[in-house]
Design a protein around this ligand. Structure first.
Ligand code: CAA
Ligand code: NAD
Length: 284
């Protein structure tokens, strides 16, 4: 089976990055979000990134235009579904939102379409069970920022076919990524290791061990991390961090994954990090 048409659902920071990289790899891409304004914002983010690449001499203005011409924005799920060989979902990290979407995609997409989720932590098997084609559902977990980070975690659900795994692995490579297969357990490997560190850094602030700047400096200068954990949490989105911790906490039933109350408080306040202008730090 050949992949030509990819639909990306959710035009936020991950969806727009995935759509950009897919279009740069030569695929026809449809990008969908719930409102015109959100799709427009995603398309503008892609155009900005591509402009930056032209200014840095990474590609020409003509190549940028060719990439943009392969991108089709929409708010109609039917349109995103009808010709898709592959759908990559990148909507909010909530099981009920994802299962509702997968149910609709299952009804609207051709029978051959592969349905992939970019979920950070949620069980692929459970998402797949919302469809009548669990053998064609898979996890394809990109890292943020998508155009820069090499890793894609690939996660099979219980029923995922070998053929589907092979196609998705090849697709990740065609997008310039390095696929790593991991098993379907909460948080997979990436967020089982990363997110408790971020949560612990938030506890350090909550318990008055240090200010956010000091926590970040310790991890940057002491451990050579490119970003401190609180800067990274703001970059990922504090809502996403909280939902991932909740998935680990519920999925393993172990108190070591208890989300820090300060993280919960910030999310309740609408302090979602960089994307909302405020988190552990303030952004213009
Ligand atoms: N989008 C696209 N490209 C970006 C970018 C963005 N948001 N931010 C930076 N870049 C590019 C720059 O254009 C630059 O490219 P060139 O070298 O080709 O010119 C390159 O990245 C380096 O950028 P800078 O020099 O401006 O900045 P930097 O050296 O500080 O690197 C960074 C920025 C790559 C983001 C780096 O800080 C980093 O690696 N941070 C950690 C990122 C990380 O841990 N990501 C994983 C998050 S967890 C996750 O994704 C999983 C999950 O489920 C939550
Ligand atoms: P985001 O908040 O930037 O974007 C999510 C987008 O999905 C929003 O534009 C929203 O309007 C849209 N959306 C919500 N419900 C929708 C629906 N039913 N149909 C269409 N669009 C819908 O979030 P994000 O950071 O891009 O994260 C998206 C997904 O990617 C989550 O599952 C997250 O866990 C995962 N992820 C995030 C990161 C990260 O660092 N932020 C990294 C890897 C994976």
């Amino acid at each position: 089976m050949e992949i030509r048409q990819i639909s990306v659902i959710g035009a936020g920071q991950m969806g727009s990055g995935i759509a950009q990289v897919a279009a740069q790899a030569g695929f026809q891409v449809t990008l969908l979000d719930v409102s015109e304004a959100f799709v427009k914002r995603g398309m503008e983010r892609i155009a900005r990134q591509l402009e930056r690449g032209v200014a840095k001499g990474k590609w020409t203005a003509a190549e940028k235009d060719a990439v943009l011409s392969r991108l089709q924005p929409t708010v109609q799920l039917e349109e995103a579904a009808k010709d898709a060989d592959m759908v990559i979902e990148a909507v909010v990290e909530k099981m009920e939102v994802k299962t509702d979407l997968f149910r609709q995609l299952d009804q609207k997409c051709p029978t051959h379409t592969i349905l992939a989720s970019n979920t950070s932590s949620l069980p692929i098997t459970e998402i797949a069970a919302a469809t009548s084609r669990p053998e064609r559902v898979i996890g394809m977990h990109f890292m943020n920022p998508v155009p820069v980070m090499k890793l894609v975690e690939i996660i099979r659900g219980l029923a995922t076919q070998d053929e589907v795994y092979a196609i998705v692995k090849e697709l990740a490579e065609a997008m310039g990524k390095v696929p790593v297969e991991v098993n379907d357990f909460p948080g997979f490997v990436s967020n089982r290791v990363l997110m408790p560190m971020i949560n612990e850094a938030i506890y350090a602030v909550y318990e008055g061990v240090a200010e956010p700047e000091a926590v970040d400096q310790v991890m940057k200068l002491g451990m050579n991390h490119p970003m401190g954990p609180l800067t990274l949490a703001d970059f990922i989105g504090l809502d996403t961090c909280l939902y991932i911790m909740e998935t680990l906490y519920e999925g393993f039933g172990d108190s070591k994954y208890r989300p820090c109350p300060l993280l919960r408080k910030y999310v309740k306040a609408g302090w979602l990090g960089k994307k909302s202008g405020r988190g552990f730090y303030q952004y213009e």
